[in-house]
Design a protein around this ligand. Structure first.
Ligand code: NIG
Ligand code: FE
Length: 422
């Protein structure tokens, strides 16, 4: 038996047990700030799983003696690995040229309408060899794991042809096979309307439903279906058709909604019992009311608002209405070229007025709910995989969002092993 004991932990975050309510439902409203923290703690790992933890005064000699390895945490903070429930980390090339165009005054929508944006990424993915896509995506996966992510959802959506969408989804399947962490795969054929369908968008929706979806479902390549339901992309009616077809094929929805406008995306997602509706920069009373009537998780992506310089989603209004919130990075080449969840959490605190406790819960256990893996990830619980991050000595967990951009990590544990990208 391999036993590791980590002691001298200043704060052990996100502790749960079998009966914790957050294992059943995402933390919502006032409960979102219920982050269980053990001060001056220790944690034991046995064969890759969390086997026990507690406060230092209860640590007995026997526990110390039976460990093969003892690690002094030197008063660092230990938290459950981030559960990043929305990314697009399979792509062929970055898009710095559009970044510069935006600095010079063009908007994200203008660039997209001129054939840039998602269509630009699609052209490059269509031309890219599958092995090269896998190689670069695997590098990005390692990069986010090194920043504390321990579960991730990854979308297709830069293929936009049957062959290339399947190619992307096969890359995600290979990532699932290679990676030591849980990965969920989402089919996003309806990410943008390809130029050749500009005058007949319904024909593209037909292609997604009649050609792509059956193959994706038959080959078991996706866990979820997604649509970019927004101004200039897909209408609520088109989204409705796609989500209905997805459900018939056994794919629940996780959709992009209300990033650019009050698009009706939230309502259509709730109507189809989407696991989550993501973005929500444009959220008013109607959207909040609709969310209150369902169990769909509002997922906020503050890095996108930061990078595109648009309004942040009204997190406070959403939480204060009694709803849950999940936080994700949206790692993608166009609107959020970073998968650093420490930065996501910092932005949530700084720009969306979320308390550190709320942001940490939203990026861990609620993110796990947004991928339906809440029973295996998102908290420190006996019997779960030993997936967590440990910081340098810091004064409290509040220091993490406060010292934005710094990511003061000392080590990362995945299945009980220290993770290194080298
Ligand atoms: O989540 N909003 C739609 N899709 C992505 C951006 C895609 C891109 O610009 O490449 C997002 O922001
Ligand atoms: Fe996205």
């Amino acid at each position: 038996m391999e036993r590791t004991l980590i002691y001298n932990i200043h704060q052990l975050l996100g502790v749960t047990d079998n009966d914790s309510p957050q294992n059943l439902n995402p933390l919502a409203g006032k409960n979102l700030r219920n982050l269980k923290v053990l001060e001056d703690a220790w944690l034991e790992i046995t064969d890759g799983l969390i086997s026990d933890f507690g406060v230092l005064e209860d640590l007995n000699k026997e526990q110390l003696n039976r460990a093969n390895k003892v690690i002094d945490a030197q008063r660092g903070v230990l938290g459950p690995s981030w559960c990043d429930s929305h990314t697009h980390l399979v792509f062929a090339q970055p898009r710095e040229e559009e970044f510069v165009m935006r600095i010079l005054g063009k908007s994200y929508e203008e660039i997209a309408a001129a054939g840039g944006g998602i269509l630009n990424s699609a052209k490059k993915v269509q031309q890219a060899a599958e092995e090269l896509l896998l190689e670069s995506a695997y590098r990005r996966l390692n990069e986010i794991m090194a920043m504390g992510t321990g579960a991730v959802e990854i979308k297709s959506g830069y293929g936009l042809t049957p062959e290339s969408e399947l190619k992307m989804l096969r890359v995600i399947r290979s990532l699932k096979d290679k990676a030591p962490i849980p990965i969920k795969s989402t089919f996003l054929g309806a990410h943008a309307i390809p130029a050749e369908y500009k005058s007949s968008p319904e024909a593209y929706v037909d292609l997604v439903i009649e050609k792509m979806l059956p193959e994706v479902a038959d080959q078991g390549l996706a866990d979820y279906i997604d649509v970019f339901c927004d101004r200039g992309f897909f209408t609520p009616q088109q989204t409705d058709r796609i989500l209905e077809a997805g459900l018939k094929r056994g794919l629940k929805a996780k959709i992009h909604a209300n990033e650019l406008d009050y698009s009706g995306g939230v309502q259509v997602g709730v109507k189809h019992h989407a696991v989550s509706v993501d973005h929500l920069e444009c959220t008013g009373e109607d959207e909040i009311q609709s969310l209150l009537n369902g169990s769909t998780i509002p997922t906020l992506l503050p890095q996108t608002a930061f990078f595109l310089n648009i309004e942040y989603p009204p997190a406070r209004k959403i939480i204060d209405a009694g709803l849950p919130v999940a936080l994700a990075s949206d790692y993608n080449p166009g609107s959020s070229p970073s998968g650093n969840m420490f930065f996501t959490v910092a932005l949530a605190c700084i720009h969306m007025k979320m308390l550190p406790e709320e942001a940490i819960n939203a990026a861990t256990i609620n993110g796990a709910h947004a991928m339906e893996i809440q029973d295996i990830a998102g908290s420190i619980q006996k019997g779960r995989a030993a997936n967590f991050w440990l910081t340098e000595p810091i004064s409290s967990y509040n220091f993490l969002p406060y010292s934005f951009g710094r990511t003061p990590l000392k080590s990362i544990f995945i299945n009980g092993n220290t993770f290194s990208t080298i």
